[in-house]
Design a protein around this ligand. Structure first.
Ligand code: FAD
Length: 449
């Protein structure tokens, strides 16, 4: 018997919170979870899932063009209905939201549809003025888009609103050059918008291998996307005709119909009451946790984006699972952050795992790099002048593959499988020992020079 209302109170029903609540309950804990918006969190409601469905939808623009070269009679004018796609995507989001809710209730997790804040090491305040107690509190509140403040910034939207736009804007300016910026740039371009990417620096996709990022930049420019680098926002003005004029340093003003900020995501810790429990935050507002997800308050834990370790859904899920198995399952588990694969669902997509060439040189000194720069068979017949690039980074001493970086059709699907071999520590010789599966694009992985 415990003196608390719950063994575990989870704040936030996103990727990390739902997994932790469900698994803790399955291990026998009495669990409640509070959600202020919709069960499923960012990934399901306004992140990975609706984004990927839009990316699928966007790809038809090129597929329909290419289909003619494969003998299909596609009318010269193919109509696209944004409202149909948007509606179907939102229906799918509703379905998954229902499935997540069902998972929680079938595991006897009490769902509280309200904002919750921390009111002490074992106390949670709910929006309806109730205070409940729990032996352990898990904070899994995620992050929100951060927007630079300058005159007129309020005219811009973020990815949250992009899913609900009434129409595809004719001209859109996307601020930022991370994965969300490049993904939305790609899909709005495919839907017919003129896209301008504006970034403070000269780089896109910091953290990915330079050769792969350069290839995406070249292909994007070739497709007609406009990039403006070294640009700092000065002001946004709304004109009489609803157009937005965006003033920035080093460039002419841009006149567009929509501005979308994709300038990073900050942990949702403001006003959360963490100080009442003595939980420390870092300089970015993220909850400081140890390898077991425990904060500087003994009874308060945190997982997912709010800890700002690796802001990806599968990582939040693993952290939630490890937390629940460790505390309630008698199975101490820690997340291994080494070799986490990631992808950008741009047009074409790119993906990577392990060290970039630059990181490997710095860490290992002696490095061997193998590449395959090729035009996929399908692109050749389609007359599409887009080359794929695969890059394998190996330890110069042992031949161990320490990084794999790819851009081209379907590379996120290919890389997920190859990441198993990289994580397992296989060498280039062991890759080459596998007979190629012909004709595929993935066979390049065992034929690299
Ligand atoms: P979240 O999923 O954000 O869940 C937090 C929940 O807490 C939310 O539901 C929120 O409403 C709720 N909440 C917040 N404060 C309170 C409060 N005080 N009381 C009650 N409830 C509260 N990751 C990938 O791996 N692959 C992708 O392709 C990918 N694409 C993305 C695309 C976009 C546009 C975005 C924005 C993100 C994407 N991500 C992707 C990142 C991914 O969505 C996050 O890493 C993941 O959702 C983090 O899970 P979480 O549990 O930490 O937080």
């Amino acid at each position: 018997m415990t003196d608390y209302d719950y063994d575990l109170f989870v704040i936030g029903a996103g990727s990390g919170g739902v997994r932790a609540a469900r698994v803790a309950a399955a291990h026998g804990a009495k669990v409640a979870i509070a959600e202020e918006y919709r069960v499923g969190g960012t990934c399901v409601i306004r992140g990975c899932v609706p984004k990927k469905l839009l990316v699928y939808g966007a790809h038809f623009a090129e597929d329909l063009k290419d289909a003619r070269r494969f003998g299909w009679n596609v009318p010269a004018q193919c109509d696209f209905s944004w409202s149909t796609l948007r509606g179907n995507v939102m229906e799918e989001v509703d379905r998954i939201n229902g499935a997540y809710t069902q998972t929680l209730t079938s595991h006897h997790v009490e769902i509280i549809a309200a904002r919750a804040t921390v009111a002490g090491p074992h106390e949670v305040a709910l929006a309806d003025n109730r205070t409940v107690t729990a032996k352990t509190i898990l904070v899994a509140v995620g992050a929100h888009p951060s927007i630079p403040t300058f005159p007129g910034h309020e005219h811009g939207i973020t990815s949250n609103e992009a899913f609900h736009l009434p129409d595809v804007p004719k001209r859109i300016l996307i601020a930022g050059a991370g994965y969300i910026a490049n993904e939305f740039a790609g899909l709005f371009h495919q839907f017919g918008a003129h896209v301008i990417i504006v970034n403070r620096t000269q780089e896109i996709l910091r953290g990915y291998d330079v050769s792969i990022r350069d290839r995406l930049l070249q292909i994007s420019i070739m497709k007609g996307l406009e990039f403006r680098f070294d640009a700092a926002f000065q002001k946004i003005e709304r004109g009489d005709n609803n157009c937005l004029t965006v003033h920035m340093s080093n460039h002419e003003p841009a006149v567009v119909d929509c501005v979308m900020f994709a300038t990073g995501r900050s942990p949702n810790t403001r006003g959360l009451g963490l100080e009442t429990a003595g939980a420390e935050l870092d300089q970015h507002g993220a909850i400081v946790v140890d390898a077991d997800n425990r904060s500087t308050c003994e009874s308060l834990y945190a997982v997912g984006d709010v800890t700002n370790r690796v802001q990806l859904t599968p990582v939040a899920i693993r952290e939630g699972q490890a937390f629940a198995d460790t505390l309630y399952g008698g199975k101490p588990t820690r997340v291994d952050y080494d070799c986490i694969p990631s992808a950008v669902f741009s047009h074409p997509p790119l993906a990577g795992v392990g060290l970039t060439e630059a990181q490997a040189k710095e860490k290992l000194g002696s490095v061997r790099v193998y590449t395959s720069d090729f035009r996929p068979m399908k692109n050749v017949l389609a007359g599409r002048n887009e080359r794929s690039l695969y890059k394998m980074v190996c330890d110069g001493e042992t031949g161990r593959v320490v990084g794999l970086h790819m851009i081209g059709p379907d590379v996120p699907e290919i890389l997920q499988a190859a990441a198993i071999a990289v994580k397992a520590g296989l060498t280039k010789d062991q890759f080459d020992d596998v007979v190629a599966l012909h004709p595929t694009m993935a066979e390049e992985l065992v034929l690299m020079k």
